[in-house]
Design a protein around this ligand. Structure first.
Ligand code: AMP
Ligand code: MN
Ligand code: MN
Ligand code: MN
Length: 313
């Protein structure tokens, strides 16, 4: 056979249909004229990592919530992006998709999440980093399974693996299994007693460094955002140290608006952006429907901030 299968499928697609597909994909990714008056949510998850909805269900929900711009930022994977894009084109949905990822990194014994926004999901350096992070996830999952066996819980690794399917395996999958098997009363207890930092079945992960995550995001043409700076349980002194090093490593923005953040916290984070000349991002970190947070809810970019999307003009 002379033609690869992909080419044949293009040849067999009517030209009008192809033109519509290319045009709608361009509109879908045209992020040059975003404005704070739109409903923008730049942090969300699907079941390709630890989210509860499939990429198509997430898009349906975002459209129902009248979100104008949505970034899908799964943990260490870009698997959801093509599925979501094809679905938006197929449905001709009025939503713009930002290609994103949330990369786990290691910093001074803490796990810091770096969100990459507006990335080229096919960039080779990015794909190489994803492979390494996936290997680190797999190794940690295996070790966590062994530690949980020692706690007397059998088959947790296999069940977590099954739950994760071919997406990223995360501690959230382990927490769900521990809950379903009746070993803990809530997901939070699974972290507090077993898989959280310093607990019985905790395994130190082998994540990349902040600097490398930022560099790879830039190689892939994207913007590097420090995810949820308020959630790392750092003292003021350590948070400042983290922000300084993020800036020195060429980081672009801080995620300064999350639904649960109090006005005082938002103000504090905005001041870090102004002080260190960083852009600002906002997002729900949506994982599944809950009464605490939802897509696009309670997200407003402060007037004084330089929005991260200003970098995409
Ligand atoms: P991982 O990236 O595999 O370490 O998984 C961490 C994920 O578990 C986070 O992205 C959260 O979605 C979820 N999670 C829920 N509760 C906690 C908690 N107490 N500590 C850390 N992660 C949590
Ligand atoms: Mn998560
Ligand atoms: Mn995170
Ligand atoms: Mn997240």
């Amino acid at each position: 056979m002379l033609f690869p299968v992909k080419l044949i499928s293009i040849v067999e697609t009517p030209i009008e249909e192809l033109i519509i597909k290319v045009m709608s994909t361009e509109v879908l990714h045209d992020l040059s004229n975003l404005s704070s008056s739109q409903r923008i949510d730049l942090h969300s998850h699907t079941h390709c990592s630890d989210g509860g909805l499939s990429p198509t269900e997430l898009i349906d929900r975002a459209v129902n919530f009248q979100i104008d711009v949505l970034a899908i930022t799964d943990h260490d994977t870009v698997m959801a992006l093509d599925i979501a894009k094809d679905y938006i084109v197929e449905k001709n949905s009025p939503i713009k998709l930002v290609n994103g990822i949330e990369i786990s990194t290691a910093w001074q014994g803490f796990e810091i999440h770096i969100v990459g926004l507006n990335i080229d999901k096919n960039n080779q350096q990015l794909l190489n980093l994803i492979t390494r992070q996936q290997n680190a996830r797999e190794e940690r999952a295996t070790s966590m399974g062994l530690k949980l066996e020692k706690c007397g819980f059998s088959g947790v690794y296999q069940a977590a693996k099954e739950l994760a399917g071919n997406g990223s395996i995360t501690r959230a999958h382990f927490a769900k299994v521990l809950l379903h098997q009746g070993h803990v009363a809530t997901l939070q207890k699974a972290f507090d007693k077993y898989i959280g930092k310093g607990q019985k079945a905790f395994v130190k992960p082998n994540w990349c460094e902040i600097k490398e995550a930022i560099q790879v995001i830039h190689e892939a043409g994207g913007s590097a955002v420090m995810a949820h700076p308020v959630r790392y349980d750092l003292s003021g002194k350590w948070l400042r140290r983290l922000i300084v090093q993020f800036k020195e490593a060429d980081g672009d923005a801080l995620e300064i608006v999350l639904p649960q953040m109090a006005p005082k916290q938002r103000e504090l984070m905005l001041n870090y952006c102004l002080e260190y000349d960083l852009h600002a991002s906002l997002g729900s970190d949506f994982h599944y429907p809950s009464k605490w947070s939802d897509l696009g809810r309670n997200l407003h970019m402060p007037d004084k901030a330089k929005p991260v999307w200003a970098l995409w003009k």
